[in-house]
Write a protein that binds this ligand. Structure first.
Ligand code: MCF
Ligand code: FE
Length: 406
């Protein structure tokens, strides 16, 4: 048993309560939250962790990252989604490469250093599996399926299945296999249906990039826009595999993260609020597309989380940098409301979205706890704002009750 004493404990419950000068007793799960004196009386042999000047909160969750794209620095083109996609395809040989291993390892270390205890990794090549499995971090490992060319669907499926099976071999408490259906424009309906069935039968969750760009919306709604030109270069008869509504319908009954959803405004009502959620990535959206209408999505009662995406569409994988980007991006929202929402979007919201007993300092939850430098704030609103503005790394991190070295 450990007893952790902190200046502030940010519970990350629905009402975002903060406890002052309190303590947490934990093993691999959170056993009790009370005053320090009460806890040392009850658990006499416990190890004391004294963070009396600091802030304790749930370890952060980054639900959307592409570790295998960590080697990108200046190779890709930004400013328009199709321009970016063409540059990704042109440079694909640079990403599918095993000497990228050290970049992947650095990216995992960046997560731990920022106080991230859980990631949602989108794996395109299977390169990150063993590194994630070996790391102290908890990984929801989404093996990716895509492919629009009807002539090579079997080949695409077989490639996916072998990566998926390899990931399943590594399954543990901290390595949780799942499936990524890349997107409606890139994934043939036969592949998507097979992958979704597989997820249902294996009781796994799904992640899918959805309505990321205006061109994607125009393509799915009427077969027009930039994707029409893009696909017709390969196949003159190309047409969309689904309308946006048909695509969402395929995921009914399955826990699904819809990534980006920048142009999904007209379809939010079709999402199942208990199983479907959105992950927003503000920097990626700025570089490739447009701003997500966060206040509208919140008004519609959708669970929203925040993710970094990969270095393929970001300059930093530090989730605190992304939190700052969120504050700066959504200037239409009240700063202190937004700061509080932002903290939920990396704790309780992604935990709910992924069905994990995490993201809140709550008795019975898994003991994933991060410690950050404390400071004096005039009130709790200012504590949330300043925490986001000034935090770059964690002082200490516990995942499933175990201290992580990073
Ligand atoms: O989320 C960003 C932008 N949207 C879509 N895909 C990706 C992102 N970052 C990396 N990707 C990967 C994706 O997983 O790029 C490829 C896929 O493997 C694009 S499709 C050839
Ligand atoms: Fe992504």
């Amino acid at each position: 048993m450990k007893i952790l004493k902190a200046k502030f404990i940010i519970l990350c419950n629905e009402s975002l309560d903060i406890l002052e000068n309190s303590a947490i007793a934990f093993s691999d799960k959170i056993e009790k939250i009370a005053k320090f004196d009460e806890l040392i009386n009850e658990y006499k042999d416990a190890q004391i962790l004294d963070f009396s000047d600091d802030i304790a909160m749930p370890a952060l969750i980054n639900p959307h990252i592409h570790l295998e794209y960590s080697s990108n620095k200046t190779t890709l083109d930004y400013g328009d989604f199709l321009l970016w996609l063409r540059s990704i395809i042109t440079n694909s040989n640079k990403f599918d490469n095993s000497d990228k291993i050290s970049d992947i390892q650095n990216a995992i270390n960046t997560q731990l250093r920022a106080g991230v205890g859980t990631i949602g990794e989108i794996s395109s090549f299977g390169l990150s599996a063993s590194l994630c499995a070996k790391s102290a971090i908890r990984t929801i490992y989404f093996s990716e399926i895509l492919g629009s060319n009807a002539a090579i669907l079997d080949k695409q499926w077989d490639g996916f299945l072998s990566r998926f099976k390899a990931a399943n071999e590594l399954k543990s408490d901290l390595f949780i296999p799942a499936i990524s259906v890349h997107s409606p424009y890139s994934t043939h309906i036969d592949l998507a249906k097979k992958a979704i069935n597989l997820a249902k039968n294996s009781d796994m969750m799904i992640s899918t990039h959805f309505m990321e760009s205006l061109d994607e919306k125009l393509w799915l709604e009427g077969g027009s826009g930039g994707f029409s030109k893009f696909f017709k270069e390969f196949n003159n008869l190309a047409k969309p595999f689904y309308t946006p509504s048909e695509f969402i319908e395929l995921f009914s009954g399955v826990r699904t993260l819809f990534i980006h959803s920048v142009f999904a405004k007209d379809y939010l009502n079709l999402m199942d609020k208990s199983l479907h959620s959105i992950v927003t990535c503000p920097v990626s959206n700025r570089l490739l597309s447009a701003k997500f209408d966060l206040s509208n999505a919140l008004k519609n009662g959708i669970n929203i989380s925040l993710g970094t995406d990969g270095l393929s569409s970001n300059i930093s994988l530090n989730l605190w940098d992304e939190l700052r980007a969120m504050l700066i991006t959504h200037s239409d929202m009240d700063l202190s409301d937004l700061a509080k929402f932002a903290i939920k979007s990396v704790t309780i919201n992604p935990a709910k979205a992924m069905g994990l007993n995490l993201g809140q300092i709550k008795v019975g939850n898994i003991a994933d706890i991060a410690i950050f430098d404390g400071f004096d704030a005039s009130d709790s609103d200012q504590l949330y704002i300043n925490l986001i503005l000034h935090t770059k790394s964690a002082k200490s991190l516990y995942i499933k009750g175990k201290k992580c070295e990073f």
